[in-house]
Design a protein around this ligand. Structure first.
Ligand code: PNS
Length: 171
C-alpha cells in the first residue's frame, strides 16, 4: 500500500440537517487535511421514510451553514448516491473523517470502517472526538425538537434554524 501522505479528506454524512456537531468535525478536518470535501449521502432508505430534507436541500443547507461559520470557504460540498468509497476514488480523497461522540457511536462506526476497508483498503478511516459541548447533538434530536415546536437555535446555525421553522412550522 502507498505510504504517501493524504492531502484530501472526505467528511461524509446524511446531514438531515447539519448541526453544530457536524460543523465542528468539518472545522477540525480542515486543520488536519489540505483539502476537505463534505459528502452528503442520499440515504434514501434512512429513517423508514427517507430523510426529512431532499439531497439538494441538504447540500444547500451545508453550504449556507459553512458560509456563516469560520470554516474555510474552500471546503467543497457534494451530494452522492451509491458507495462512499466509490465517491472517494472518484474525487481523489484518501481519507474519510467522522466524529465520535460517545461509546454508543463506536460499534456502528467500526462496522462501517471495516466494510469500507474491505472494499477499499487504500482509503483511511479517521475519527475525531466530538467536542464536549456538542456530544449530545444529533440530527434526529434536532428534527424531533423542531417537530415539537421547540427552539433549536442552540444546536444549529441560524440559516438551518430558519429552514427547520419553514419545514416544521414554529413561531
Ligand atoms: O450521518 P450518517 O447517517 O451517520 O452517515 C452515514 C454515511 C452516510 C456516512 C454512511 O451511511 C455511508 O457511507 N453511506 C453511503 C453508502 C455506503 O457507502 N455504504 C457502505 C458503508 S456502510
Amino acid at each position: 500500500m502507498s505510504t504517501s501522505r493524504i492531502a484530501h479528506a472526505c467528511v461524509p454524512g446524511t446531514f438531515d440537517p447539519v448541526t453544530y456537531g457536524h460543523l465542528d468535525v468539518i472545522r477540525r478536518s480542515c486543520r488536519l487535511f489540505d483539502r476537505v470535501t463534505v459528502a452528503v449521502a442520499a440515504s434514501y432508505g434512512k429513517n423508514g421514510t427517507g430523510p426529512a430534507f431532499s439531497l439538494d436541500e441538504r447540500v444547500d443547507m451545508i453550504r449556507g451553514a459553512i458560509a456563516e461559520s469560520d470554516i474555510p470557504s474552500d471546503v467543497e460540498v457534494v451530494g452522492f448516491e451509491g458507495l462512499l468509497v466509490d465517491l472517494c476514488h472518484q474525487i481523489g480523497a484518501g481519507a474519510v473523517v467522522k466524529g465520535l461522540r460517545a461509546a454508543t457511536d463506536f460499534e456502528y462506526e467500526l462496522q462501517q470502517a471495516d466494510l469500507n476497508n474491505l472494499m477499499a483498503p487504500d482509503i483511511e478511516s479517521v475519527y475525531v472526538m466530538g467536542s464536549r459541548e456538542y456530544g449530545y447533538i444529533s440530527s434526529s434530536i434536532v428534527r424531533e425538537l423542531a417537530a415539537l415546536g421547540r427552539d433549536v437555535s442552540f444546536l444549529v446555525p441560524s440559516s438551518i434554524d430558519k429552514r427547520l421553522k419553514d419545514r416544521f412550522g414554529r413561531s
